[in-house]
Design a protein around this ligand. Sequence first.
Ligand code: FDA
Length: 301
Amino acid sequence: MILKDFFIALSQNQFLNSAAKKYGLKMGAQSVVAGTNIEEAIHSIKELNAHGISCTVDNLGEFVFKKEEATAAKEQILKVVEAIHENKVDAHISLKPTQLGLDIDYDFCKGNVREIVDRANQYNMFVNIDMEDYKHLQPSFDLLDDLSAEYDNVGTVIQAYFHQALEYLQKYQNFRIRLVKGAYKEPADIAYQDKKDIDENYIKLIEWHLLNGKFTSIATHDHRVINHVKAFVKKHNIPNDKFEFQMLYGFRRDLQLKLASEGYNFCTYVPFGSDWYGYFMRRLAERPQNLNLVMKQVFNK
Ligand code: FDA
């Protein structure tokens, strides 16, 4: 737990975050980040598509407090939408509201996200609003409410560590929803702290949404959860086109390929860009064994 808190604190350090941007992918981040530019990301997507794996693309970025930076992020994501379309790859967009100005002004952020959703909609492309920490939860749901009044190519994430996660899920059951355990540090009055409680709630949400929801993205590297889902869908005759498994780029590649080859819909989350630091530190917080990646890079040099 101490190590987890340590890496989450590092992920939120704005000085280190901006310093890391200048130095390209370091410390093993290159194993889990698909390059620093769109061309490299498209190359990785093509490779995954060749194995029957679709992708959701995240132009990395957080801690945006200046309008110019949020506008630049929007322009970059619009280029990603165009690149996905032009290259005819099987991919859609994942975005973080704070990168698009949620900490600056809600309407400004909504305008940015709307532009992306609108452009993606022209190409029949889905846009996922990733969920960040609790402070941003309600405004992110507000974005979904506002944009879904106009567009149907938008969905979001529900984090199982929240006590109220099932209520959120019930409210958004008619959306394409990604279910995750939750990656941020949240206080005990709103979120489960114990891994066992989070895992139990996660299974509860997955089962509920598979039975009642529109489309479920089960985003986990946990083979126990994946095996449970396989047995559950079989028992309840839930067809493969009602759900998919998702994992992050660079993690459990063998299992990713295996699930895709077994005929399950599989989607890899493909992050790219120079703003990799916070993303990478959260991965270390989730699984300190990921430090192996860092060690290998350091000692291979
Ligand atoms: P967890 O870390 O709980 O591990 C469970 C077990 O699985 C481990 O004990 C081990 O046995 C096995 N395992 C896990 N990783 C392994 C590995 N690399 N190799 C071998 N075995 C491994 N969070 C959030 O708050 N907002 C979001 O929008 C998203 N989006 C998102 C998208 C996608 C595609 C994924 C996969 C995850 C997210 N997350 C997220 C992150 C999520 O909330 C969570 O923090 C991580 O996925 C870690 O939890 P897991 O369920 O993967 O396994």
